[in-house]
Design a protein around this ligand. Sequence first.
Ligand SMILES: [Zn+2]
Ligand SMILES: [Zn+2]
Length: 252
Amino acid sequence: MRLTLLGTGTCYPTMKRAPACYFLSIGPLRLVIDPGPGAVARIAQAGLDPFGVEAIFISHHHPDHCADLVPFLFSYKNCVSSGSRRDIRIFAPKGFTQVFDHLTAAFGQWIMDDDYSVLIDEMRQDKWEIAGLKVRSAPMLHGANAVGYRFEQDGGPVLAYSGDTGPCDELAELASGADALLVECSFPDGEGMEGHMQPSQVARAGIRSGVKKLILTHFYPSVDTDRVGDIVASAGYEGEIIIGHDGMSVTL
Ligand SMILES: [Zn+2]
Ligand SMILES: [Zn+2]
């Protein structure tokens, strides 16, 4: 299982960190997680194929996590030959079908065509199985019906992803015993807003869930990313801590 981080930032505009975007390769399976603004170009820049993916997973419909869906479909329609096109599967939280209906009402024929459909699987706390990979979601503490995901390869590693969330029991449960938790760390301790995490809260989530490895992401600029790992460790988390940056790949 190979996780490539292509957007470790937020809505805050900076060249250093793009909004959310992750690419997961598991054997022959390719998945996009959270196609935030610029995702299609960043996937291509990384030498990966944005259109060869089995499914797209969306944690919630804040634009920094899904706004590249329209550019994705526009490129799909215009850059992929009609013979190679197939249906596009999207897993998303409750309410996303309605969001997508609004997008198709606005962009219609520019993003859709007769030879493919967009299949949206909209559920919470449910399990899916795609080509031997088990995926589970759980509601997070963030609003916008946000969910986190747990990707479990048959006989292989387990990756959990927080999406955006504040500290919650569901996150600890979702990530329980995982090989890695890709976890948001939006603000420094003592700063920030509800529905996001700070380093000491990330440490607690890591301790509670017993994950082997934390991969930190979703940094606002006020997080000192040179020091954040030390802060998480000094808050008591004893596993490996990886500070995510755009373009980084982690093999599990
Ligand atoms: Zn976000
Ligand atoms: Zn959000």
